[in-house]
Design a binder for this molecule. Sequence first.
Ligand code: 3HC
Ligand code: NAI
Length: 698
Amino acid sequence: MTQVVQYSRRGAVGVILVENPPVNALSQAVRQGLLDALRQGLEDDGARALVLAGGGRTFIAGADIAEFGRPLAAPDLNDVIAAFEDAAKPVVAAIHGTALGGGLEVALGCHYRVAVAKAMVGLPEVKLGILPGAGGTQRLPRLVGAHVALTMITSGEFVPAPKAHELGILDAIVEGDPVDGAVRFAEALDPAGPHPRVRDRAERIAADRGSAVFDEKRRALEKTARGLFAPQRCVDAVQAAAELPFEEGLKRERELFGQCMAHPQSKALIHVFFAERAIGKIPDVPADTPARPVATAAVLGAGTMGGGIAMNFANAGIPVTLLETSQEALDRGLATIARNYAGTVAKGRLTQAEMERRLSLITPTLDMAALAEADMVVEAVFEDMAVKQDVFRRLDAVAKPGAVLATNTSTLDIDAIAAVTSRPADVIGMHFFSPANVMKLLEVVRGSATAKDVIATAMQTGRKIGKVSVLVGNCDGFVGNRMLMPYSRQAELLVEEGAWPEQVDKALQDWGMAMGPFAMGDLAGVDVTWRIRQRRLAEGKAAGSPLTDRLYLMERYGQKTGAGWYRYEAGSRTPLPDDAVKRMIENHRETHQIRPRAISDEEIVKRMIYALVNEGAKALEEGMALRASDIDVIYLYGYGFPAWRGGPMHYADSVGLPAVLADIRAFQQHSGAEWTPAPLLERLAAEGGSFAAHDRRR
Ligand code: 3HC
Ligand code: NAI
């Protein structure tokens, strides 16, 4: 027998234990091992019933995702499940941790399912752009009906064991050790059978035949899962459970599963699954690097960012001191925090008591000395080097030895900030995104002197406060905003050449971006963009288009002034095209003798997205991002890039790098130096490579 699945006996019950760390994924060896162990259990005359359990931290977390994309080696998971379902002895699944995807499907093939109360079950395949392909779409609806099955399968959400018990997915909740509980449950079963098979439970799903629930779900998904392929196929599969005999339903599920697997969206979403897990792997800061304890924190500045950052700490139960320069600014910041929490309470997502507990963790102060005991300080004062250096000098004088001193700067040089302290090794960038209490992305910016344990601490604390932490290098704009510069520049050039802002935004939104660049500019503030442009111009760097200056002079600062690239009606965030902006653009074109031309959506998308790819490749080659897949994660979590396109770098791989490069060269002929192809892109395209292959080589 293979080692990853073991058979043993507890009294009169045979126990089949999967031992394939870390999550007991159903690799080929596990599938074969399950069949072998089942045979052993059935042949064991001393065993009157069997228990199937997972060793280590969990039951079975599903198919082995790393095997996807390769021809599947026998035995097929469906055959394994059928063997359990048809077993002559009763089989009880003993669930702890998670029973997910193929793991839950195996459990649904068992005759009974018991779980500890803390366990979770779910069919999360849809998040990978696929659907349950081992009978999940056929068996689950037979237990819970089409409505609940559709919700679970199209959302992929995990269901806690007590709820799963209530729904009829589990037969019992057991106390203590799951295997002991399952053995007790199995001892009470009649070995003679017949043993209940989920596939035979026709009555519940029969009631859903011809129901409107399927079309209703399809319509709802057109809004909530816009552009996604798999959710609609999930509905097709569950409908097949209601309308076809079991074996035919299974066949239909296989077909739909194959369609999803062949679709580019599943490749993108599976890439995202591994990309999200790769971000924590830093070659010179291994996972066992001891992090400094962060039991208390402090935030400097209670403005737009500081308030949200303080909330992040309080939400994670970490007491945080909030420093301002005046009582008025402090009161304003605290009032905003209280209003944000109250909004969450009003939506029913937080209790009043929890809100009060969190608020009580935030201690306001005007005295820098109150920061002396903080383990981590995050500075979020004005974006001005002189102000920041002054703050860090004073912080250096009061902070305790070993405190992590972080700056939330979005554009300034971390090393120049660290240099004014006596401890540059303790200084790091923690670049949150606005609104800081909502946005998941955190760029952790490594300075040239930053100590490894400070990096480990910032990455870990970021995760603890609910962020997706990605390590980046110290360059202008770091990674995300650096790539945004040529992207925004293309948006403005497209408008100069003949497109309107709303056309550019719509083309990108239709392509999948959560927001177009002009609507985003209005949200971030035209004045903010203008200020960055002025600084870059002063530094002799590429700095976007004078259209921004015109808008700034018109005092159209974006949503906050009710007008920017768009106009906004009072109390509304809906961008409305504005003739005043059109006139301004036309005037600009006339002044610069630009004859407007019709620009296709295809050109818009290519120029915008390839601007990201080209700059991303430069940042990657310079070592500002560790992996192309890290850049993808940054764009998914910080900039509303559609996950089903995998991120800009994966998208370029999916188009093919030679084709991307050919377009970039064509743009270069048209507009010159700003489209100089990234040398890495040229190299990878020439050798038939990809960003993914480049990541694997590192
Ligand atoms: N296959 C292969 N590797 C997997 C895996 C899977 N199904 N699930 C997790 N892993 C790996 C991760 O890549 C990670 O590897 P690393 O340490 O080398 O980075 C390791 O296991 C630990 O994973 P996490 O860091 O995610 O651990 P957590 O404890 O945070 O979460 C989990 C555990 C909830 C199980 C989470 O890993 C998860 O959601 N996994 C995916 C579950 C899933 O999608 N299952 C369905 C698969 S598709 C399927 O079953 C098809 C079937 O219908 C035919
Ligand atoms: P803000 O202007 O809203 O808030 C800054 C606050 O700092 C003000 O309340 C001010 O009174 C306070 N302050 C100034 N000097 C201080 C000092 N010496 N001690 C204590 N408090 C002081 O600015 P915002 O937008 O919150 O930006 C803060 C930082 O975050 C900047 O570095 C900015 O670049 C960065 N950032 C901003 C983002 C945004 O979208 N607004 C996004 C990511 C980073």
